[in-house]
Design a protein around this ligand. Structure first.
Ligand code: ZN
Length: 278
């Protein structure tokens, strides 16, 4: 499933192709993905000028001239594939956009957990999928005191709390594990006990982990496009995620560190160093 940094990279790729350009032609190849697609979606997109982009959690918003935004979620398996000129519609390609510059952008989603909707730009945050989201982790407004306030009274693990989109938006399993490792906070710690200096470390770790991953995605269209035309990137430089049993980089040679441990919390794998994460 694409995580926040990858969604950011996909969005920047779309922006590099479409910002300040017109969608010459749009076609939609089925009536529903996870939910029903808006009526007249292709007609609304055809001829529209793209004036801006925004990411909120793992949602992309493509803003059109005239005050409408296209809300796009990649779901579990959604991909954006770009190319030049004409091509046949690929299997599982549900929407195709052709730009005035000759870009062809395909939304492909085999499992169809993705979604596309239209929302007034002035009311993006009131959309039912965005309305309940907590603070955006990379915004300046996401601070230790904001996090501590969200965690106060929560008796779940900090791992479960950070995975809750109402506490902080857009963090998935991988980045929760990575940020907790960087902060030296145990994933099993009770959420309400994370406050003060520990909350400071955690917020800093969340921001740095995400920022580094976004930076690793590159800074130009050339960086964002894979050889097969897919937008995004697949760099797996995780420090703990999927590293069960590997030596922990934080405690090389320390006999008390038996390496990175995997446990299951809420049905999802957690990876951590029991020696340094408290
Ligand atoms: Zn360790």
């Amino acid at each position: 499933m694409p995580e926040l940094p990858e969604v950011e990279t996909v969005m920047r790729g779309l922006q590099a192709c479409l910002q300040d350009h017109r969608i010459r032609h749009a076609s939609v190849h089925r009536a529903d993905l996870r939910w029903k697609l808006p009526r007249g979606l292709a007609a609304r997109l055809t001829g529209a000028r793209v004036v801006g982009f925004r990411r909120r959690a793992k949602y992309m918003l493509m803003r059109l001239e005239g005050g409408t935004s296209v809300l796009i979620h990649l779901g579990m398996s959604g991909r954006m594939v770009i190319g030049r000129g004409h091509a046949n519609v690929a299997p599982h390609e549900h929407m195709t956009l052709e730009s005035d510059e000759g870009w062809r952008i395909a939304f492909i989603d085999p499992r169809r957990f993705g979604s596309i909707d239209l929302v007034p730009t002035a009311a993006e945050d009131a959309h039912r999928l965005l309305a309940g989201l907590g603070p955006e982790p990379l915004d300046a407004g996401f601070t230790a005191s904001v996090l501590a306030e969200e965690l106060a009274g929560r008796k779940t693990s900090i791992k479960a709390a950070l995975s809750d989109q109402r506490v902080v938006a857009g963090l998935g399993n991988i980045y929760v594990c990575e940020a907790l490792f960087r902060a030296g906070v145990s994933p099993r710690r009770i959420a309400r006990t994370v406050a003060g200096e520990r909350a400071e470390r955690l917020v800093t770790a969340i921001k740095q982990t995400l920022q580094e991953a976004v930076a690793a995605g590159g800074s130009s269209l050339r960086d964002y496009v894979q050889p097969d035309g897919e937008l995004g990137y697949f760099q797996h430089a995780w420090k703990v995620y999927d590293h069960a049993g590997d030596p922990c980089e934080r405690c090389p040679g320390a006999p008390a560190c038996k390496g990175i441990r995997r446990i299951v919390q809420g049905g999802r794998s957690t990876f951590y160093c029991p020696r340094t994460q408290r």
